[in-house]
Structure formats: structure tokens, C-alpha cells
Ligand binder design. Structure first.
Ligand SMILES: Cc1cc2nc3c(=O)[nH]c(=O)nc-3n(C[C@H](O)[C@H](O)[C@H](O)COP(=O)(O)OP(=O)(O)OC[C@H]3O[C@@H](n4cnc5c(N)ncnc54)[C@H](O)[C@@H]3O)c2cc1C
Length: 478
């Protein structure tokens, strides 16, 4: 094996962004991926029937389109095209109406009725400063002063709240349901500190950037990153699940897009017992249960907003969403699952044969749960889209075990690669000024087990690569 400057393990969005960032600085980079295909949580596959192109993991990309790390890269040149829906998110309610998230604050505020003024006040001043907010927020909190401490402090005053407390500012159930559904993206109870910030971040991303889908599916993000990496001279090896650094070419830096558990296995012989003990205490969160459908036509939503949105949340109520999250975190099957659904066919007819659609839904379940939630999921879909079942041509079901078998970062089906609660909301995988570094100066962690955590934004990879450039190569990005 010839030596290279840097080796990256794992080709998720963070691994690829790390590799690209290092290669942009002129380094020779080799990336090793366990799966036969690159992309980790950003892939597209014909999971059900020929001609139906499903996203087995991520599908909708407010954090990708709004990412400081990804937006500085020439990904459009490598085929990435964002498609923006008219309605970013619709949340139908039992009375037949719906709340919406859209670009610009006004439509969302109007649909909140008596809460319109409160909503405008809570988000005021942030959408127009999204770029600065994202740069300040998507970083390790203890790593130097943020570029705009005042903006971050103003946002932090509300962002630190549990979603449950933020929701109490609002009188109408429809507003609370919308916020609860947004906070639920991190799969932790609504009483957890910082979940209010998650809800606000997703809402602001919609108002400022939108919740786009990539034409052709999430694989387009991966292919664009890999295309750019290739142009910069980087190479990729697939089908190699790395279990020890000794299997890799010698390099000055190793950046691992893996779970902390995997980091301990791969680099354990080079890491002190004290650090390994801290990694061993890292907590993984609840899992998800996902179904991908091939449908003979668009989902027959009763509410018209849902037919125009690429993402639809089905709570329906804030209490039911809260109960589903609490049940999953306490190891119980949710009685009414909260559903996050995605229908890219609203915008992209390349995903399925003419007139047909791909559709994706997931719900929160306990860590490592081995039950089957398909019947409950489909009962909820029938409630808001009568006749849904008649359209199903094929389905692929994946619970926590299948998700983990598919990607070792999803420990117990936890798609956030670590619980997003307690200190781990901000400090991942350990409390440290620069959590991307490890006690071995050549070894870095760059997965979503580092700040800012889960999502297809590449920020963990970007920060880890910058740390390696500074510490190992005495250089930085221009
Ligand atoms: C069902 C589901 C829906 C989601 N929806 C969204 C969404 O709509 N929008 C969004 O922004 N995010 C979404 N996410 C989350 C998002 O996919 C992840 O947060 C993101 O992919 C994390 O990126 P990453 O690079 O840290 O890790 P991953 O994307 O998980 O990639 C890690 C890669 O490392 C490889 N790897 C791990 N260990 C080894 C090893 N030992 N040797 C070699 N390779 C290894 C894995 O095979 C994998 O390819 C979703 C995830 C799931 C599962």
C-alpha cells in the first residue's frame, strides 16, 4: 500500500466533505467505505421495484442547502440540482385543516391564527441572517469564540429551551403541533433541553433556505461530492469495512466518519484507556422504523397543502407526538406513531415510472426494537389519505436491526449516531474544546457523533478536516 497524506474512513456526507476539504488543500486523500456503494445516509436505491428510486435514509435537505460547508463547494457542476417545493412541510390536523412551513414567515404565521404575532416575534430577525446563524450554530460550542456571539446569544436564549416550554408560548394546538413535529426530528422527548432550538432551526431553515430535495434523490449529493473529490485527485475504495488502522495505507491523518463505538475498535490500540472509557459512556438514542413504498399514484391526502408539500408530518396532535417520543425513549412501542413522510415525486418525476411515485415514512421506536409497526403506520396514513393502501405496489420495511446492518453508524437504529439529549446535544462524543481530535494526534472523528450532530450538512467533516489541516499539515483553507 502506498502512503497518502490522509485517509478517510466512511463515505457519508461528513466523510466525503472531510475528504474534499483535505483534497482542496492539495493533500493526497484516500477514502475507504464498508458498503459496496458510497454515500452512507445520502443514497438512492431501487429498493422495491425496477424504476422506483428510493432514498433509504435522508431525503429532504434544509440542512444541506443551508450548510456553510456544502454551499462553498461547486456541487452543481457535478450534477447536484436542488428542487424547491411550494410547501416545504405540511402538518395535517384532525379537523381537516393543516399548518404549513414555507419560504418567508408570513404564510406560516397566518395559518397559526391567534398565534401569528407570537410566531413572528419568536423568529424575527433570524431568517434574513441564516448564513451567519448557521456558521455560528453548526460548530463545536467550546472551540473559540463564535464569529457573531451576539446573534448566537440572542438565538440561544430561546434555542436552549425544551420544545415543550417553547410550545407553551403558543395558544393554538395547531402551532404547538407544528413545533412538536419539528423538534421530533432529533428523536428525543419534548422535555429535553435544546429541543426548542431544533424546532426553531428547522423552521428558520424553511423560511430562509427552503426544504429542497435533490433531483434524482439524495445520491446526487453524494455523487457530486465524490465527483469533486475525484477531480481533486482523491480516490475511493468501497467494500472495505475497516476494523483496524493497520489495514489502511500509512498517512499523517486518519479521519473516521464512524460511530464512537467503531472508533474505539478501529483506533483503540492507539488511544489511552481514559479516552476509551469516555467513548464507552457515549449514549445511543432510540431507533426508527422505516417503510419505503412504490405507489401507483400520488398519495391521496385529504388536505390540499399535503399534496403540494414534499414533507408531511402526521402527529397529529402535540400530545400524541410527545407521547410517541417519550415511549420510544423509555423502551415502549408508541401507541400512536408520529410519522415523518417524504414524497419527492411532488417535484421530481425521475424517481418513478410515469404517473407512479416513491413514498417514504418513518416513526420513532425504542433502541434496538424488533417489532413491526407497519400496521399502525398504515392506519395513520389511511386516516389522512383515505385509499392510500389501494395504491401500494410494493413496500420495503426496515427496523433498527436492518438499519444498523445497512450502516454501522446507526447503532440500535439510532439515525442520529448518538442520543441528542443531555450534554450530548452540544458536546459529542466527549466534552472537549475540539471534539474532532482524539488523544492520538493523527486520529480524528468526523461523523455526526461530533457537533453539530445529525443531518446531511457535512459540517462535522468540514470542522474535523480543518482541525487536521491545522494540527498535522500546518495549513488552513484559504
Ligand atoms: C431513515 C433516515 C432518514 C433520514 N432523513 C434525513 C433527512 O431527510 N435529512 C437529513 O438531513 N438527514 C436525514 N437523516 C440523517 C442523515 O442521513 C445522517 O445524519 C447523515 O447521513 C450522517 O452523515 P455521516 O457522514 O456522519 O454518516 P453516515 O451518512 O451514516 O455515513 C457513515 C458511512 O461510514 C461507513 N462506515 C461506518 N463504519 C465503517 C467502517 N468501520 N469502515 C468503513 N466504512 C464505515 C458507513 O457504511 C457509512 O457509509 C436520515 C437518516 C435516516 C437513517
Amino acid at each position: 500500500m502506498t502512503s497518502v497524506d490522509a485517509v478517510v474512513v466512511g463515505s457519508g456526507p461528513n466523510g466525503l466533505t472531510a475528504a474534499v476539504t483535505l483534497a482542496e488543500a492539495g493533500l493526497s486523500v484516500q477514502l475507504h467505505e464498508a458498503a459496496p456503494e458510497i454515500g452512507g445516509g445520502a443514497r438512492t436505491e431501487q429498493l422495491t421495484l425496477p424504476g422506483f428510486h428510493h432514498d433509504p435514509c435522508s431525503a429532504v435537505h434544509p440542512l444541506g442547502a443551508g450548510s456553510p460547508a456544502l454551499s462553498r463547494l461547486p456541487l452543481e457542476r457535478f450534477g447536484l440540482e436542488w428542487l424547491y417545493p411550494e410547501v416545504d412541510l405540511a402538518h395535517p390536523l384532525p379537523d381537516g385543516s393543516a399548518v404549513e412551513l414555507t419560504r418567508g414567515v408570513e404564510r406560516t404565521a397566518e395559518l397559526m391564527g391567534a398565534d401569528a404575532a407570537t410566531y413572528r416575534r419568536v423568529v424575527r430577525g433570524f431568517p434574513e441572517r441564516w448564513d451567519s446563524l448557521a456558521t455560528n450554530f453548526f460548530r463545536a460550542p467550546l472551540h473559540g469564540l463564535p464569529p457573531d456571539p451576539l446573534l448566537l446569544a440572542r438565538f440561544g436564549l430561546r434555542a436552549a429551551w425544551p420544545a415543550g416550554a417553547l410550545m407553551r408560548l403558543f395558544r393554538e394546538e395547531r402551532s404547538r403541533a407544528l413545533l412538536a413535529g419539528l423538534a421530533a426530528h432529533v428523536n428525543t422527548p419534548l422535555s429535553s433541553v435544546g429541543t426548542g432550538g431544533v424546532a426553531l432551526m428547522f423552521a428558520l431553515a424553511a423560511h430562509a433556505v427552503g426544504w429542497p430535495v435533490p433531483r434524482g434523490g439524495s445520491q446526487a449529493i453524494t455523487n457530486a461530492l465524490a465527483g469533486y473529490l475525484g477531480e481533486l485527485g482523491g480516490t475511493i475504495v468501497t467494500g472495505h469495512r475497516v476494523s483496524d488502522l493497520a489495514e489502511l495505507p500509512s498517512a499523517s491523518a486518519y479521519l473516521l466518519d464512524v460511530a464512537p463505538r467503531e472508533l474505539a475498535g478501529i483506533a483503540g490500540s492507539r488511544l489511552p484507556a481514559r479516552y476509551l472509557h469516555r467513548l464507552g459512556r457515549y449514549r445511543y438514542g432510540p431507533g426508527v422504523f422505516k417503510v419505503d413504498y412504490a405507489l401507483s399514484g400520488p398519495v391521496p391526502w385529504s388536505n390540499p397543502s399535503c399534496r403540494r408539500a414534499t414533507t408531511v408530518h402526521i402527529g397529529p396532535s402535540s400530545a400524541e407526538i410527545g407521547a410517541a417520543l417519550t415511549a420510544a425513549s423509555r423502551g415502549r412501542r408508541p401507541s400512536t406513531p408520529f410519522l415523518i413522510t417524504s414524497q419527492p415525486g411532488v417535484l421530481d418525476d425521475s424517481r418513478a415510472p410515469a404517473g407512479e411515485q416513491v413514498f417514504w415514512v418513518y416513526a420513532h421506536v425504542p433502541h434496538g426494537w424488533d417489532g413491526d409497526l407497519t400496521a399502525e403506520i398504515e392506519a395513520q396514513l389511511e386516516r389522512f389519505a383515505p385509499g392510500f393502501g389501494d395504491l401500494v405496489l410494493a413496500r420495503t420495511v426496515r427496523g433498527p436491526a436492518e438499519l444498523e446492518a445497512h450502516n454501522p453508524n446507526y447503532v440500535g437504529g439510532d439515525i442520529a449516531c448518538g442520543s441528542f439529549s443531555g450534554t450530548q446535544t452540544l458536546f459529542r462524543p466527549v466534552i472537549a474544546a475540539n471534539p474532532y481530535t482524539t488523544p492520538d494526534p493523527a486520529v480524528y472523528l468526523c461523523s455526526s457523533a461530533t457537533p453539530p450532530g445529525p443531518g446531511v450538512h457535512g459540517m462535522c467533516g468540514y470542522h474535523a478536516a480543518r482541525a487536521a489541516l491545522h494540527n498535522r499539515f500546518g495549513t488552513s483553507l484559504t
